[in-house]
Structure formats: C-alpha cells, structure tokens
Design a protein around this ligand. Sequence first.
Ligand SMILES: Cc1cc2nc3c(=O)[nH]c(=O)nc-3n(C[C@H](O)[C@H](O)[C@H](O)COP(=O)(O)O)c2cc1C
Length: 163
Amino acid sequence: MAAAWNMPLDFDPPKIAIVIDKNTYTRELIEASGSFAINVPCRTLAEMTVRVGSSSGRELLGKPQADKFAAFNIPTFAASKIAAPLVEGCVAWLECKVIPEPHIQDTYDLFLGEVVAAWADERVFSNGRWHFEGHDDLRTIHHVAGGAFMTVSDTFQVKTTDI
Ligand SMILES: Cc1cc2nc3c(=O)[nH]c(=O)nc-3n(C[C@H](O)[C@H](O)[C@H](O)COP(=O)(O)O)c2cc1C
C-alpha cells in the first residue's frame, strides 16, 4: 500500500512511526507477520504509488494475479531480515519489526517499528546525506492530496559553527 503518514522516531535503536488504517489488507499482513517494509518511492514511481494506494490487495485474493506485485507488475527483491519483499526502483528501503503497542494501534492506527535493516541508492544517498542533484527522476515524492505530490528540492548547507 501507499503510506504517506510516517516519520522517524529515534536513532538508537532506529525507530519509525506509521499510520496504517484498520481497513487495509496491509494492516492484516503486518499484524500477522509482526514486520513490514517501507519502500521510499521516487518521481518515476509516482503512478505506481497511487495505483497501490487506490486498491486493496484483499480484492485480489484467489485471482490468478493474487497480489499487487503480480497484478501491477512490480519487480521486487528479497529483504534481509523480514519476509516482506522490497520494491525495485525505490531509492531507500527500511526493514522494520513492529514494536507492539496495542493501545495506540487500536486507538490511532499508529504503528511503531524498529528498523532492523536499511538501504539506500548510493547515487542519491551517501555519508548520511541525500544528494539528488543531477538525478531529478530519483527525487523522493511527498503526497499533498488527491494524487498531487511534491518532489524534494535542492539541498543547502548552513554553517552551524556561526550560529
Ligand atoms: C499517496 C497515498 C498515500 C496514502 N497514505 C496512507 C497512509 O499513510 N496510511 C493509510 O492507512 N493509508 C494511506 N493511503 C491509503 C492506502 O494506501 C489504501 O487504503 C490502500 O488501498 C490499502 O491497500 P491494501 O488494502 O492492499 O493494504 C494512501 C494512499 C495514497 C494514494
């Protein structure tokens, strides 16, 4: 599924928070497996992102193309520490294990995850920094509303010693 509402939570161990609606099939899979992957899409994957966010995998059960990876022809590769596959063509991947917090899951649809492995495309991320210059097609996308997105813009550096 597409999941725009997510944020970092902590560095050590790395944790994230993500909102997963009760009606989604993804939530059922996350609750059953205790894990999930966040795949960070870029400009070239915007249409695919909307497509996986506009239909449910539940409707595909029992059909010849039984999941969205098959139905939408989405190439994947194996994760290292969780069962969920990772989406090829994304620019970063976070493998997460659910930190069980039943109250906030039930009340706010909010899931906390410990990031147990993470990867990024070195063309646009290295030494702990994003650098999209020269790679417009790889800029990450950020949902606004109704199929409208923003891509990240240029980076700039502030001299922290002068502040
Ligand atoms: C751009 C975009 C962002 C979305 N973000 C979220 C989100 O953060 N949380 C959520 O619960 N649903 C979100 N959705 C809706 C789910 O992706 C949608 O309900 C999806 O069909 C669920 O699929 P599933 O039933 O196969 O899990 C988003 C949809 C789009 C198009």
